[in-house]
Design a protein around this ligand. Structure first.
Ligand SMILES: CC(C)(COP(=O)(O)OP(=O)(O)OC[C@H]1O[C@@H](n2cnc3c(N)ncnc32)[C@H](O)[C@@H]1OP(=O)(O)O)[C@@H](O)C(=O)NCCC(=O)NCCS
Length: 206
């Protein structure tokens, strides 16, 4: 098995973009695993969906969890012992000082500025930006077009919807959700959903 062969776990819409990102970054995606039996024996973006993750022993030792849901990525990462690939699209910009954790994926058009630290199994989706000195913890998902100003902290498992923004030095609490288009101007407490401009708390988180 070659050192550039990789598997993806998950075969939904998000996995299509992960597969495209891996290919553009020079990886060969050899198989996908998914719990949905109706997908077994079919393919996604030309990658065969071989079965559930109990087939992992037959595939390459390297993988990316290609699932957008943060809780699911956390659960799979805890259960499956694989070498997690960190991948940056060649048309993303990540400053050399930035640290990225295992299994983190940075999609096309994303920008990560100096001295930011990004944890494991984070999704920096299409065109999202993380400015200087941010801390983005494990299992966060920044949806397409999200913007973090400088010195923002996004805590573990938080989800920021499409086009959400966070102003400088503000924190989004663990497992909280910021709705699409929300503008966060004050700390978001743990485990809540905040929406709107400015973002206000509206219910429990994810
Ligand atoms: C915030 C969010 C998680 C809430 O989802 P939900 O709990 O299913 O909420 P509902 O659709 O039932 O809406 C509940 C209320 O919140 C409002 N609302 C929902 N999303 C909102 C948003 N982003 N901004 C402002 N108000 C919003 C609805 O209008 C509704 O208001 P009402 O009670 O006055 O009618 C969701 O709407 C959202 O923004 N998700 C982001 C999705 C996304 O960007 N995905 C990217 C995947 S890559």
């Amino acid at each position: 098995m070659s050192a550039t062969e990789v598997a993806v776990i998950g075969a939904g819409g998000h996995a299509k973009v992960v597969i495209a990102t891996l290919r553009d970054a020079g990886w060969r995606v050899v198989c996908a695993y998914d719990g949905d039996q109706t997908k077994w024996g079919t393919s996604i973006s030309g990658v065969p969906i071989v079965g559930d993750d109990d087939r992992i022993g037959d595939g390459p030792p390297r993988a990316v969890i290609a699932v957008g849901n943060n809780r699911t990525r956390q659960r799979l990462a805890g259960r499956l012992g694989l070498e997690w690939v960190t991948v940056v699209h060649p048309r993303a910009w990540v400053d050399a000082s930035v640290r990225l954790g295992a299994g983190t994926v940075v999609f096309a058009g994303a920008v990560i500025q100096p001295d930011s630290v990004v944890g494991a199994h984070v999704i920096v989706n299409t065109g999202a930006s993380i400015d200087h000195d941010c801390q983005v913890d494990d299992f966060v998902h920044l949806a397409p077009g999200c913007h973090l100003a400088g010195e923002v902290h996004v805590a573990e498992g938080a989800f920021l919807g499409t086009g959400a923004s966070v102003i400088v030095r503000v924190e989004v609490g663990p497992w909280s959700i910021v709705g699409a288009g929300g503008v966060v101007v004050r700390h978001v407490p743990p485990g809540v959903t905040a929406v709107g401009v400015p973002a206000r708390q509206r219910g429990p988180g994810g």
